[in-house]
Design a protein around this ligand. Structure first.
Ligand SMILES: Cc1cc2nc3c(=O)[nH]c(=O)nc-3n(C[C@H](O)[C@H](O)[C@H](O)COP(=O)(O)OP(=O)(O)OC[C@H]3O[C@@H](n4cnc5c(N)ncnc54)[C@H](O)[C@@H]3O)c2cc1C
Length: 276
C-alpha cells in the first residue's frame, strides 16, 4: 500500500508524462501496478500512469525488433509475431514469469523486466537477447546497467537482437514444478558462423537480486566449434569463480551445481547438441 500517495496522473502524451515525472521527486511511473501498488514505499507521492500512451506495440520481425513498454505479459504469450520470434522464447518466458493469467493480463513488459528481480524469467531472456531500454528523452540504456544502477526515466520500448542466420537461443530451468519459481535458470544466446561461435550471451537468472551475464562462459565459447566437450568445459570452467550464498534449505554449492546443469541445458538447446 502506498500510504503517502497524493496524486494519480494519467497523461495524454509522453512529453506530459515526462514533465509530471520530472516535476516531483516523489513521482514514479505506473505500469500494470502489480508490484508498485502492493509495495510499502512511503517515498511515493504521485504516480504517472503510462499505459494510455500507445506504448504497447510489438514488432519482432525485421532488423530492429522491439517490445512496447506497456504491452501486457499475456500479449507476449498470445501474439503470433512473438510466438514466431526465436522459436517463441519470449512467449514461453512471459508465461513462466507469472503463473496467473489474471496478473499476466495486467503486468507490463517494462514493469516485469525492471522489477521482477531474481525470479524474472523474462528479464533473463531479455538480457540474453541483448535488451536495450529506450528511455524517454535519454536514449538507450543497457538492461544489465539498469539492473545494477536503477533508472529514473520512462521506458518506452525494449529493443532486442534481430533473428539471423546462425543465431539461436535456449533456456533451461530447475524448478520443483513447471510453474513454480525456478531454483536455477540459465539462458544461452549463441551466434555461430562457419562452424565457430562468433558471439554469445549466457545469462544466469534466479540467483542474486537480478539476472547476470556469465562472461567467463562466453569467453570459453568464443571462436570455438560447439560440441559436447565444449559445452561441458564451458559449464564447468566458466562457473569456477562464481560464488553463490546459501539459501534456506539449499546450500550455495548445490545452487552452483544447479546453475551448471542449467548452463549445460541452455547451451544444448541453443546449439541443438544433445548428449551433455
Ligand atoms: C501477489 C504478487 C505475486 C507476484 N508474483 C510474481 C512471480 O511469481 N514472479 C515474478 O516474476 N513476479 C511476481 N510479481 C511481481 C510483479 O508481478 C512483476 O514485477 C510485474 O510484472 C510488474 O509489472 P507491472 O507492470 O505491474 O509493474 P508496476 O508495478 O506498474 O511497476 C513496477 C516498477 O517498474 C516501474 N515501471 C513500470 N513501467 C515502467 C516504465 N514504462 N518506465 C519506467 N519504469 C517503469 C515502476 O515505477 C515500478 O518501480 C508478483 C507481484 C505480486 C503483487
Amino acid at each position: 500500500m502506498l500510504f503517502a500517495l497524493e496524486h494519480y496522473h494519467r497523461p495524454r502524451t509522453l512529453a506530459e508524462a515526462g514533465e509530471q515525472l520530472a516535476s516531483d521527486s516523489g513521482a514514479r511511473v505506473l505500469g500494470g501496478g502489480t508490484r508498485i501498488l502492493t509495495s510499502r514505499d512511503d517515498s511515493v507521492r504521485s504516480l504517472v500512469d503510462v499505459t494510455g500512451l500507445g506504448l504497447d506495440g510489438l514488432e519482432l520481425g525485421g532488423e530492429e525488433p522491439f517490445l512496447g513498454a506497456t504491452a501486457r505479459l499475456q500479449d507476449l504469450v498470445d501474439a503470433p509475431a512473438v510466438q514466431g520470434y526465436y522459436g517463441g522464447i519470449l512467449s514461453e518466458a512471459a508465461y513462466l514469469s507469472n503463473p496467473s493469467r489474471l496478473k499476466r493480463n495486467v503486468a507490463t513488459v517494462a514493469g516485469e523486466i525492471l522489477e521482477a528481480g531474481r525470479l524474472g524469467v523474462l528479464s533473463a531472456v531479455a538480457l540474453a537477447l541483448g535488451a536495450r531500454l529506450v528511455v524517454h528523452d535519454e536514449g538507450e540504456c543497457d538492461l544489465e546497467e539498469v539492473h545494477v544502477n536503477g533508472l529514473s526515466g520512462i521506458v518506452t520500448a525494449i529493443r532486442l537482437e534481430p533473428e539471423g542466420e546462425g543465431r539461436t537461443i535456449g533456456f533451461d530451468t530447475v524448478s520443483v514444478v513447471e510453474t513454480s519459481n525456478p531454483m536455477a535458470l540459465s539462458v544461452a544466446w549463441v551466434e555461430v558462423d562457419s562452424g565457430k561461435v562468433v558471439s554469445s550471451r549466457i545469462v544466469m537468472g534466479a540467483i542474486g537480486p537480478h539476472p547476470v551475464r556469465l562472461r567467463a562462459v562466453e569467453e570459453i565459447l568464443q571462436g570455438e566449434s560447439p560440441d559436447v566437450a565444449l559445452i561441458e568445459r564451458a559449464a564447468r570452467d566458466g562457473l569456477e569463480g562464481v560464488q553463490i550464498g546459501d539459501r534456506p534449505g539449499l546450500s550455495g554449492d548445490y545452487l552452483c551445481h544447479l546453475v551448471r546443469v542449467t548452463v549445460r541445458g541452455a547451451l544444448s538447446k541453443a546449439t541443438g547438441i544433445v548428449g551433455t
